[in-house]
Design a protein around this ligand. Structure first.
Ligand SMILES: O=C1O[C@H](COP(=O)(O)O)[C@@H](O)[C@H](O)[C@H]1O
Length: 453
């Protein structure tokens, strides 16, 4: 039976940055799209705010939404001042909600845990969905503890672990590209692929987020979550359906087979940016940013190589790389193919291997092909087939909210998947903590340390 739709979306942490920067604009793109329909919105936070002020705040994000639909959502929206770690206050919040309800924890992880502990002492409405934000724990043990706590509250299908990369249309496109075309899938295996890179780089620096980022670093912030999920979608076996059980089952199976290339995690690299310039922006050194603690040795660029121990991928290195303050950043998956088994004698080879690049930002695809040379036909040349994907009408948070409000957990990170992601990075984190891998540096605006290229 299809799950019923959510009627009330409660945002815990309504006054926070996540709500204004990502959630409300994401909701606006959903309401403006063909998939948008009315929803009751309850904002909850510790500070006082009138209903009218909350409605104004929400309304500001709603430009582009059909006026009648925007008015319907705004008229029914209310704000409640409440301490979400207090049972009596949370009881008031749940009483104010009508129909099937989703609680969105737009809160710091430690407060989310406290609120969940409080919810564990209460009777929850039937069918309630709990949406929580990454990071899901701070290591494997705490991820397991969080999952145990959530299991006490609701069944797994009613937990929605949000990873906005799963809401990016280009990431979802990986499924159509791989499994709805006959031409790519047979090529994607150790038989044909020499190595794979997943690069998610950004030109942004710390952006005032030292409180969180300085404790996380690039490995935990990006590779542990986003990049491993992208890797899973790019390399998993074809699922029988794209329903939540089959899709997430295939992702989990792939991640269970994934491990650091060297089991002790030393096949990894880390670096931190120094002062530099990106375009016209001058970035201070990471260590000069407010709130950064030099003794934490936090990296802003991380790279780890993983192996996938299964029939399809045995022996192929997968390099996962993510960094901040990178000049000319890339967001792409690159499959590099092996050479042909025999190049007919008399041809002059094109000098490198063919590649399939799938761009996440911008949404593109390019495939290298060897063709006969224009001047001398036996002097082979490269040509590239390029494609650009049309933009999605939804922002990543709009896509995630669409699934959440449909009560469908397909795009939610299942509990076991969150744990696998921590297991995979754990040896690297341990190697870095023990200083078995040097911390290099790179000027902001470059591609990383010179010695890495
Ligand atoms: O989750 C996160 O993602 C962003 C990058 O996402 P994007 O959609 O803006 O490309 C990253 O900047 C941030 O540090 C991280 O916490």
């Amino acid at each position: 039976m299809a799950p019923s739709r959510i009627e009330t979306l409660v945002i815990l942490g309504a006054g926070g940055d996540l709500t204004s920067r990502l959630l409300l604009p994401g909701l606006a793109t959903l309401l403006a799209s063909s998939r948008g329909s009315a929803i009751r919105l309850i904002g909850v936070d510790r500070d006082p705010m009138s209903d009218a002020a909350w409605q104004r705040r929400v309304g500001k994000a709603f430009s582009g939404v059909d006026a009648r639909l925007a008015d319907r959502v705004l008229e029914s929206s209310v704000y409640l001042q409440a301490d979400v770690t207090d049972a009596e206050a949370l009881g008031r919040v749940l009483t104010a909600a009508t129909g099937r309800v989703a609680l969105f924890f737009a809160l710091p992880p430690a407060v989310t845990v406290l609120a969940c502990r409080t919810l564990a002492t209460m009777k929850l409405p039937d069918g309630i969905v709990l949406a929580i934000e990454k990071p899901f724990g701070t290591d494997l043990a705490s991820a397991r503890a969080l999952n145990r706590l959530l299991q006490k509250l609701v069944p797994e299908e009613q937990v929605f672990r949000v990873d906005h990369f799963l809401g990016k249309s280009t990431v979802i496109n990986l499924l159509g590209l791989r499994f709805a075309n006959r031409i790519f899938e047979p090529l994607l295996s150790a038989q044909n692929v020499a190595h794979v890179e997943v690069n998610i780089e950004e030109d942004l620096g710390l952006e005032g987020r030292a409180g969180y980022y300085d404790r996380a670093g690039a490995l935990v912030d990006m590779i542990q979550s986003h990049l491993l999920l992208v890797l899973a979608l790019a390399t998993m076996e074809p699922p029988a359906t794209v329903g939540s059980e089959d899709l997430r089952g295939a992702m989990a199976q792939l991640l269970r087979a994934t491990r650091p290339w060297k089991k002790d995690g030393t096949e990894s690299r880390r670096a931190r940016y120094t002062a530099g310039t990106i375009g016209r922006r001058k970035l201070p050194a990471y260590l000069s940013e407010d709130g950064v603690d030099r003794s934490r040795n936090t990296e802003t660029l991380a790279e780890m190589t993983v192996a996938i121990d299964n029939w399809r991928w045995a022996g192929v290195p997968f390099v996962l790389r993510s960094g901040k303050a990178i000049g000319d950043p890339r967001q792409e998956i690159v499959f590099t193919f092996r050479d042909v088994p025999h190049l007919p004698t008399g041809f002059h080879g094109p000098g490198r291997q063919a590649r399939l690049r799938i761009g996440i930002k911008p949404a593109t695809m390019s495939l290298d092909l060897v063709t006969n040379g224009r001047d001398d036909p036996f002097d082979l040349e490269w040509d590239t087939l390029d494609a650009e994907f049309g933009p999605s009408e939804l922002k990543p948070y709009g896509e995630v909210l669409a699934e959440l409000l449909d009560g469908d957990p397909t795009l939610s990170v299942r509990g076991d998947i969150a744990e696998e992601c921590w297991r995979i990075v754990a040896p690297v984190l341990a190697a870095w903590r023990a200083d078995r891998v040097p911390l290099d540096s790179y000027p902001a605006g470059t591609r990383g340390p010179r010695s890495w290229h």
